[in-house]
Design a protein around this ligand. Structure first.
Ligand code: AHR
Length: 363
């Protein structure tokens, strides 16, 4: 009932509303198979807010910039399926913050039961989250953080600063073991304004400043392979012969950086001119760690959706979920000379990326 009313309202009010991202906006048709025979579809219960057996979820996804993002989208589409009692409206916001706000407002007008947002940027959220709150629609944030509003029921994601700190602590231990006295690093950052970029940049810089390393340059590659290649091509020209570390803030940027270094005749990885580090640890890139092309890779876990499903079930049952849930993450290295690091006073394992480890990766 809520859905029919909301759809009519949305149609009447906003024919001009355009959902995010041309090709990525898909909506799974509703199924009525879980509606018990003879029950009143207008009756809403906490376990079935629409009275028709489905839970309406709108997901405003960042875009499709990386392998990580593909894994995140697949996880959400698998979990929020018709078979699991959901109707998912998925919007690919194509890395455009304005489109993402528009998508959320469209979800409000459509009368979603829950809205999931992976915020492209960390700020600019309070107004639209207030609108969700006033519409009585719980918002669950995943992956990246919202830093200027607390008007959401839960967040599930990564500690990006810890990822950056872990990268720095590993590099310190690795360099000490190899007798490398000087670190001259180039950083290919992620998208500007994304909390993933901010946290990884701050974490690595904190260790670099503490250890007296030189960060020669730090520029955005927008979390894409093309962006990573473009930035690395310019780095290769500007800093030829001056750098011995390249930090890529995601795997796709690392792929682009490798192409640029190949073209420039610069070797990287185990035994190379340059220590190459990546973030995300998608399976093909843990394979590259195993193969010695990437020296270390710091995981960012894209599998938030199963936890969001649990949060929704808690809310449906009238409970209060945890406000913040951190996903578990692991660090991988090509060599076994550093087996653990201490991050924020906590000892953490560095996993030697053997073929067995790669084969066991879930994504
Ligand atoms: O927010 C997570 C980051 O976004 C991942 O590191 C990156 O691959 C993605 O695009």
């Amino acid at each position: 009932m809520k859905k029919i009313f909301a759809l009519a309202l949305a149609a009447a009010m906003s024919l001009s509303l355009v959902a995010c991202g041309g090709g990525g906006n898909t909506s799974t048709p509703s199924t009525s198979g879980s509606q018990p025979a003879g029950s009143n579809p207008a009756v809403s219960t906490p376990a079935d807010p629409n009275g028709d057996g489905t839970v309406l979820v709108g997901f405003a996804q960042v875009g499709h910039e990386s392998d990580w993002r593909t894994a995140s989208t697949k996880s959400a589409q698998d979990v929020f399926s018709a078979a699991n009692g959901y109707e998912l409206s998925f919007v690919d916001c194509d890395n455009d913050p304005a489109k993402q706000l528009e998508a959320v407002r469209s979800f409000i007008q459509q009368g979603m039961d829950y809205i999931i947002i992976d915020p492209i940027v960390a700020t600019g959220w309070d107004t639209v989250l207030t609108e969700c709150d006033e519409a009585g629609i719980p918002v669950i944030i995943i992956d990246r953080t919202v830093d200027d509003s607390d008007k959401y029921v839960a967040w599930v994601g990564s500690d990006f600063k810890v990822e950056g700190l872990a990268c720095g602590e590993w590099l310190k231990a690795f360099a000490a073991d190899k007798g490398i006295a000087e670190i001259n690093a180039l950083v290919i950052e992620g998208s500007v304004g994304a909390s993933a970029t901010i946290g990884r940049t701050d974490g690595f810089k904190e260790i670099a400043d503490r250890e007296g390393w030189t960060i020669l340059d730090s520029q955005s590659g927008d979390f894409t392979e093309a962006g990573g290649q473009e930035v690395m091509e310019s780095f290769c020209q500007s800093y030829k012969g001056q750098f011995n570390v390249v930090i890529c803030q995601n795997d796709n940027e690392a792929a682009g950086a490798m192409t640029a270094m190949d073209n420039a005749g610069i070797t990287y990885g185990v035994g190379g001119d340059v220590i190459l580090v990546s973030f995300d640890a998608n399976k093909p890139y843990v394979q590259m760690v195993c193969d010695g092309k990437i020296n270390a890779n710091f995981e960012c876990n894209p599998m938030a959706a199963p936890t969001v499903d649990e949060i929704i079930k808690t809310l449906q049952a009238g409970g209060t979920p945890e406000k913040e849930v951190y996903v578990s993450e692991h660090w991988f290295a090509a060599e076994d000379n550093v087996t653990s690091i201490t991050v924020n006073g906590e000892q953490q394992e560095v996993i030697h990326a053997t073929q067995e480890v790669v084969d066991g990766r879930p994504y």
